[in-house]
Design a binder for this molecule. Sequence first.
Ligand code: CA
Length: 415
Amino acid sequence: MKLAESAGRTDPGRKRRRNEDALVLEPPLFAVADGMGGAQAGEVASRLAAAAFREYHEADDLEPEERVRAIIQEANRRIYERAQSDTEASGMGTTVTAALLESAGVAIGHVGDSRAYRLRGGELEQLTSDHSLVADLMRSGRLTPEEAETHPQRSVITRALGTDREVDVDSLTVEAEPGDLFLLCSDGLTSMVADEGILEIVRDAASLEEAAKALVKAANRGGGEDNITVVLFSLVGDEAALEETLASGDGRGSDEDLEDTLSGLEGPAVLETTQTRVVAPPAEEPAGWPEEAEPEESEEAPAAPPRRRPRRWRRRLLWTFVGVAAVTLLIAGAIWGLSRAYFVGADDEGNITVYQGVPFDFSEGVGLYRERYVSRLQAAQLSPAEREALFDHELISYDEARARVARYEEQTANP
Ligand code: CA
C-alpha cells in the first residue's frame, strides 16, 4: 500500500504553558506520545519514546506488528531506566500510539489513551480502545459515555510507558484500502472535539496539512484544556475513494502544502515547542468548594405583618420559618457531610490521591472535592482489579482512605 500524503502538528493548547506531547512523522512509521510527570518529566518521557522510534533499528527484521511492539518495549525500557536513575524524572510516564504502514495493511501498537482512527467511505472508526479509568468503567457498564465526559478522573490512564520494567502493549494489524486515511492523536484532541466533529473537519479539508491545522484549531476553540497532537496519513487510491475521503479537496493539497509535508519528513521527527519556562499547570483547587462549617441557625426577619387576618399571617410566618430552618439545616448538613467524606482517586498526573468531598464536577476545574494527600504511586502501577477496588468512589473517613492507599504503597515498595 502506497502512502499518498502525511502531516502532523502539535500545540500546547490554551491552558498549559508546556507541551508534553511529541510526535513521530517518519513514513512508514508514525506515532504520538503524551507525557506525564512533574516539572519537565512529562516532556522527557514523551521525547524518549519518540527518540526510540527514530533510533531503534534492530527491530527491522521483525514482522510489522512485532516490530511496533518491540519499539514500544524499547521505549518503555529507556523511560523506566531514566525514571529510576533520575529523581527529578521519578514517576514520569507517557502514552504511545504508533502505526507502521506495510504492504497489506497498517500495524498499530498502543499504550494509554492516545488513539488511532481510520477514515474510510465517509466513516470514522476508532481502532484502539483507551487504557483509561473511565474506559474501564464504561466497559464494565458502571459509567455511561455522558458521565465519562465529566468524570473527575477522566484524564487518568491505567497503562503507561515508564512506570514498570515491562509494559503490556496492545497491538493489531488492520487491512488498508486505497483512499484510506489514518489519524493518530492525543486526548487533547478527543476530549475537546467529538468524533463527528473530527470526521467533518477531515472531510472538509483540502489537504492533510489543512486537516491537521483545523483539528488543532477546533480543539483550542473547544477549550484547549490540554496539549493537542495529531498525525495524519493517507493511502494512494483511485479518484473515487479519495474524493470520498477528502470531500472538497483534490486529495493532495496545494504545492505549498505538499512542500510543508515533505520538509516535515526530512526535518526533525519530533516537533517541539520552544517554551522553556517551568510553570506548573494551574492548581486544581476548586473555586466552589465550601470550607468546613458548623450548622447555623437562620436569623430570617419576619415580613411586616398585614393588618387584617392576623391568624393567617401568623400561620404563614410559622411555615416560612419552618421552611427556612429546614433549608438551612439541609445546606449545613451537606457541608458537614462534605467536610467529613473522603474518597480515593487519581490526579491529572496519574498519582493516586485522597480527596476530601464527593467525586462530582460542576464544570471543568470546579468540583465538590479537593486534594488532601497525593501518593507517589501511579494508578498505572496497579492491576485493573486493584484499581477497580481502590477507585470505587465509596465515601470513607480520611484514615480509612489513607490506610487503603498505604496497603498498595507497601505492596509496591516490597513486592
Ligand atoms: Ca494529554
